[in-house]
Design a protein around this ligand. Structure first.
Ligand SMILES: [Zn+2]
Length: 84
């Protein structure tokens, strides 16, 4: 296994294969997920507060990246694309 330098972070190199078209192993769009915790006014829909820490609000712990297949366009969590 090698490493990949991406946005200042070394990641372990993983072979991807698209789980949908099952042919693409080369062309991908890496989509970084940026999480913004918000609170909304239930009547108006307006954002009323943006909080970093709220013990009552579940923290996002989903995948950091989603991956789009550059051949068929399917978008899924990175783990779906990692070749087993
Ligand atoms: Zn595909």
């Amino acid at each position: 296994m090698g490493t990949l330098f991406y946005k200042g972070v070394f990641k372990i190199a993983k072979v991807y294969i698209c789980p949908f078209c099952k042919t693409n192993k080369i062309r991908f769009n890496l989509i970084e997920q940026v999480v913004t915790p918000i609170k909304k006014d239930p009547k108006t829909g307006k954002i009323i507060e943006i909080l970093e820490e709220d013990p009552l609000q579940i923290k996002y712990n989903g995948s950091k990246y989603r991956v789009q297949c550059g051949t068929c366009g399917a978008i899924e969590d990175e783990r779906m694309f990692i070749k087993k």
